[in-house]
Design a protein around this ligand. Structure first.
Ligand code: FES
Length: 191
């Protein structure tokens, strides 16, 4: 009976011999290499898509003309799809903020820490309560400004002062000040 493990020329087959092992190794290596090339081909477009284009970067900053904001008024804007408050403080509001002992605050920041040099009158903050993210009142005419004459979040009763600092209620930190700069006396660019 023919040996089922014989080759055509009668030499014994050696499925575990050098040739067999090498052939299997090649198949294995080839499969791994193909998978590797496939992974690179898939990852590159993803990384490429994740890198923000110039348009996206431009859209991620917001320019706001603040020339029409009178002392004591605020406007609501939007920055990266989130509410933004720009408030022009009166001298009395600046004095009120500066009269506070900063070390007594939950989130110890002075008004100067939260504004640009020479522009303590212009307070730019995100309009999101730092407790659970409600939009506080106080930016629009006639809204409740809370016990410290700044902003008030009615969701759970957080009171912010004229520098947007948390003074009472559950919010852990001051209203966030985003990155921004004055591009002229009257225009700020946020982001
Ligand atoms: S979300 Fe503002 S106090 Fe809770």
């Amino acid at each position: 009976m023919a040996d089922s493990l014989s080759t055509a020329n009668g030499a014994p087959a050696s499925p575990e011999g050098d040739d067999g092992v090498r052939r299997r190794d090649f198949i294995h290596v080839a499969a791994v290499s193909t998978a590797g090339v496939g992974a690179v081909a898939v990852v590159y477009p993803l990384v490429s898509q994740m890198a923000p284009s110039a348009d996206v970067l431009a859209a991620s900053s917001t320019e706001i003309d603040v020339s029409a904001i009178e002392p004591g008024q605020a406007i609501k804007g939007e920055f990266r799809k989130q509410p933004l408050f720009v408030r022009r403080l009166t001298q009395a509001e600046i004095d009120e903020a500066n009269a506070v002992d900063v070390s007594s605050l939950r989130d110890a920041e002075s008004l100067a820490d939260r504004t640009k040099p020479g522009r303590e009158d212009m307070l730019v903050t995100m309009g999101l309560c730092t407790h659970l993210g409600c939009v506080p009142l106080g930016a629009a005419e006639g809204e409740n400004k809370g016990e410290y004459n700044g902003y008030f979040c009615p969701c759970h009763g957080s009171h912010y002062d004229t520098a947007g600092r948390i003074r009472k209620g559950p919010a852990p930190t001051n209203l966030a000040v985003p990155e921004y700069e004055f591009t002229s006396d009257t225009v700020i660019r946020v982001g």
